[in-house]
Design a protein around this ligand. Structure first.
Ligand code: UD1
Length: 362
């Protein structure tokens, strides 16, 4: 079996690590195509080296641009690659512009497409990721759903006959790296200057366009983080840095200490070292859940609804609406005590994905 994985943005590289790991030692051929959507070393290269992913076989070098330009750029550049290599499956991951472009190119060339992390929905049509998910699911031939909830969404959209529950491959990677971090196999992460490893801190990230692109919104969110009674380690995504600069806003204010994004093992270690997480990232909500830290999500909704059970995750669309005390009591709340269960699977999803792909060949 020949499978082409199409990836381009940071969260896809984590999922790719699980898949590449499962391919290693099999007789299947696995080809990695990197679209170049993310090109900064700390959003891309360090994931390949840090997670032991083989270097991409093809790099399309697309880079940034408007949604249309970025999606269209990948689409045009990937066409000849898929045409030449004719894989048995094109495997696309998650919900980025690279996902949609990979799926479209494949479907138009009558190449079978499998969508990993299918069926997630925020039901928020303002999010570029929501367009990408819905369109990719409806284009793909095989829908690999991470959870029962995702499988239900696919059924509701008339896609049940193409859908199968595979579990979540991010669990595979997160648990493997957690064990390595706890065994002391990784150096301490480079936390922002001013954050002490052995003192309490909250870990924060912020990068969704709805949170970063409007100056008033970004200013209010940064002020809310600044107001927290514990130091806040803010791992700043390039989009956040660029928008803050454009709007004339300082990231380092009050409790906030801004630093660079971390590699995956660094991130896992930073979550484990924290007293809790404040974020708008999908992946980090789940990592906080898997690693047993309370998460506060700065969005009106989440695709990972299972994290909300037992107060492990709380949605806060607008910190100001809680009042100062309410916000502090939420973001700095103690770790919940309840059991979390295993709604995202057992950490062996990637093997299952390979088995499903091989079984459904042709
Ligand atoms: C993308 C995904 C999002 C995912 C996120 C993880 C889409 C629509 N969004 O969002 O789902 O959660 O990746 O990081 O595909 N930039 C750099 N260097 C880079 C990459 C981006 O400076 O390596 C800058 C770009 O110039 C641009 C901004 O970051 O200003 C946004 O990049 P883009 O890839 O369009 O979207 P993300 O916000 O990263």
């Amino acid at each position: 079996m020949k499978v082409i994985s199409v990836v381009g943005a940071r969260p896809q590289l984590v999922k790719l690590a699980a898949i590449a790991h499962a391919f290693a030692g099999t007789r299947h051929e696995h080809v990695i195509v990197h679209t170049g959507q993310h090109y900064d070393a700390n959003l891309s290269d360090i994931f390949f080296s840090g997670l032991g992913i083989p270097a991409p076989d093809v790099h399309l070098g697309i880079g940034s641009g408007s949604h249309g330009a970025q999606t269209g750029g990948v689409l045009a550049a990937i066409d000849p690659v898929l045409a030449e290599r004719r894989p048995d499956w094109v495997l696309v991951y998650g919900d980025t512009n690279s996902t949609l472009a990979g799926a479209l190119s494949a479907v138009k060339q009558h190449l079978p497409v499998a969508h990993l992390e299918a069926g997630l929905r925020s039901f928020n049509r303002r999010m570029p990721e929501e367009h990408n998910r819905v369109l990719t699911d409806h284009a793909a031939d095989l829908l690999l759903a991470p959870t029962e909830g995702a499988l239900r969404h696919l059924g509701n959209e008339g896609l049940a006959d193409r859908a199968v529950l595979s579990g979540d491959v991010m669990v595979d990677v997160c648990l493997r790296i957690r064990d390595a971090v706890l065994a002391g196999e990784h150096p301490r992460p480079a936390l922002p200057a001013g954050i002490e490893h052995d003192e309490p801190y909250l870990l924060a990230t912020l990068h969704r366009p709805d949170n970063t692109d409007d100056p008033d919104r970004l200013s209010a969110l940064l002020a809310a983080l600044a107001d927290l009674p514990v130091p806040v380690a803010l791992l700043a995504h390039p989009r956040l840095v660029a928008r803050a600069e454009e709007h004339g806003l300082k990231l380092d204010q009050g409790a906030v200490r801004a630093g660079r994004p971390l590699g995956y093992a660094g991130l896992v270690a930073a979550v484990l070292g924290s007293t809790g997480v404040v974020t708008d990232s999908g992946g980090l909500q789940k990592e906080a859940f898997l690693l047993g830290r309370a998460c506060t999500t700065l969005r009106p909704e989440t695709e990972w609804v299972e994290t909300l059970d037992g107060d492990w995750n709380r949605l806060v669309p607008d910190p100001d609406a809680l009042g100062r005390r309410g916000w502090i009591e939420t973001a700095a709340r103690p770790t919940p005590r309840g059991e979390r269960g295993t709604p995202y699977g057992d950490g062996r999803a990637a093997e299952r994905v390979l088995r499903i792909l091989a079984e459904r060949l042709g």
